[in-house]
Design a protein around this ligand. Sequence first.
Ligand code: ZN
Ligand code: FE
Ligand code: FE
Length: 267
Amino acid sequence: MNPMVDYHIHTPLCGHALGEPYEYAEQAIKIGLKEIGFSDHAPFIKHPLPGITMTECELPVYHKRIERARGEYAGRLAIKIGVETDYIPSHEDETRQLLSGYSYDYVYGSVHFIGDWAFDSPDEREQWDHSDIDAVYKKYYELLRRAASSRLFDIMAHVDLVKKFGHRPKIDMNGDIRETARIFKESEVCIEINTSGLRKEVAEIYPALTVLKVYAEEKVPITFGSDSHMVQDVGKDFDLARKLAIEAGYREYVTFKDREIEQTLPL
Ligand code: ZN
Ligand code: FE
Ligand code: FE
């Protein structure tokens, strides 16, 4: 049995995803999911990022579209509303204010930026060639910890995204990973098992088994997400994600409602 929940789905409002909510819902039913959740890119807090995140004007449209789908699919498929929010240090207050404008079932916290560098963006990939990979990894994990400690978020997204293009550190990162997992536990955030890494150059789920084992040992709960930007990716590779979770030591995953854990379910 696959995990029954896919919480990481994007919509065309961010400017770079294709499926409409009802199309994702149809696909989810077709592949046997019982619940999905949308988590489109929240407006960037520093300045508009057209083609990458929604604008503030689009937020009410986003909520209306998901609400409508939720109503239409009631009884057939549970639909949750979330959002994927960039963690930008020193902008915690504005981020909190942005998130307080609407109600969500869960809020993802993402680290896609180190300073102004979108390290996972194909457009800014070249900067890796001029970067100290070890230092980038160190900084990435530090930002993950700060993000969780901010208490802005419920689920931390793709928690080893820094590996996306296949860059690997030379130094041992185990201490950083352990410390990050401990801070996550203390900050009461979950992590997601995100299958989109399999579709990227690194060709691995986020996070890797060795990383996931540390989160399992520190008892950080998990959810599942495909990071779909098109309909065919809903629930993709969830059989592998479930296997990975079990291999890492997990026996349960959680669902969310109104920014609280709703259910703890067996894998
Ligand atoms: Zn996206
Ligand atoms: Fe992301
Ligand atoms: Fe995403």
